[in-house]
Design a protein around this ligand. Sequence first.
Ligand code: SAH
Ligand code: SF4
Length: 360
Amino acid sequence: MTDIKPSLLDFTQKELMQIVKPSFRAKQIFGWLYHQYAENFDDMKNIPKSLKEELSKKFIVNPLKIANKEISTDGTIKYLLELQDGKTMEAVWLKMKNTQLDDNGEVIQEAKYTICVSTQVGCKVGCTFCLTAKGGFTRDLTAGEIVAQVVTLKRDNDHKHNRKINIVYMGMGEPLDNLENLTKAIEIFKEEEGLCIGGKRQTVSTSGLSNKIDKLGEMYLGVHIAISLHAVDDELRTELIPMNKAHNINSIIEAVKRFPIDTRKRVMFEYLVIKNKNDDLGSAKKLVKLLHGIKAKVNLIYFNPYPGTPYDRPSKEDMTAFADYLIKHGLLCTIRDSKGIDISAACGQLKEKTQGELTA
Ligand code: SAH
Ligand code: SF4
């Protein structure tokens, strides 16, 4: 068993200044971590060897290794990342907007990217439609392991530290079930001399642990939330998301109403559309009623089938009719285009595929 060490990516700049003396060295190291994306101590050229040796006894720089990578034709890149203990999880590099050029071929606006990160290896929530749930729960990710996903993907895509990026906590795991490490990672991302990714560029997606939505709100981190709603009545929602028994739809809606939201922003409700389960206009009607009075935006997601699932992808006609109904009744709504559909885009699918290949 290899020696597992905490990562330097586990710390805020202030914490690093407690660990590394003199403090200007801590600042230099912080720069190496977040501006140069150093992978190991050897990368840190202007740091004295003795200090690096001392630190390397207790810490590792970047705890992740890229174990596999799938590149989609639409620019989506899905990464399988290996942790120090050999466990694996996923992060996805999503191209949201292409580079804009003027008539002379000069760049007017650079392409925009979002990184989808994992917060746990596996998940305890056990949603019946989700591939991550099939493998059960292994462990929480540390703050450093969450932070390292963004550093690793930015480095791999040669994305400079000062270029803007959005983060969505929508990879493997339930972020609010790992609240302490999640909020630490949010703080580290926000560091001005680090990656400087503000709260408004970070979106926490949750299956709806209402008490933890309140806790996150009370911390006033300025982050957005996305609620994985998926159903409008408790019976179906409990079938899809078993812990809906403890945190029912009403408790989630109430928690959302208490959540501090930037007045210019909206709460995103994700609605996974499954054929003959929740794709009818009766459900659309109930959804409109449920979200009445909330500054909401609905993101309709096509269910992405995988071998062995009992559920089907809805038809394009039903999806469009559902969206049209919402829009006609005043709800802001988008249909999530299936980014990376050719590379098994939904969470957990790359991990499953790679392990399947390994054991085949
Ligand atoms: N645990 C959190 C965040 C990770 S899941 C949550 O549930 O919100 C991220 C998103 O992937 C969720 O909205 C989930 O509904 C979606 N998802 C899971 N399995 C999917 C599948 N087979 N097809 C499409 N989306 C899926
Ligand atoms: Fe966990 Fe989210 Fe998958 Fe549900 S959808 S099992 S909460 S990762």
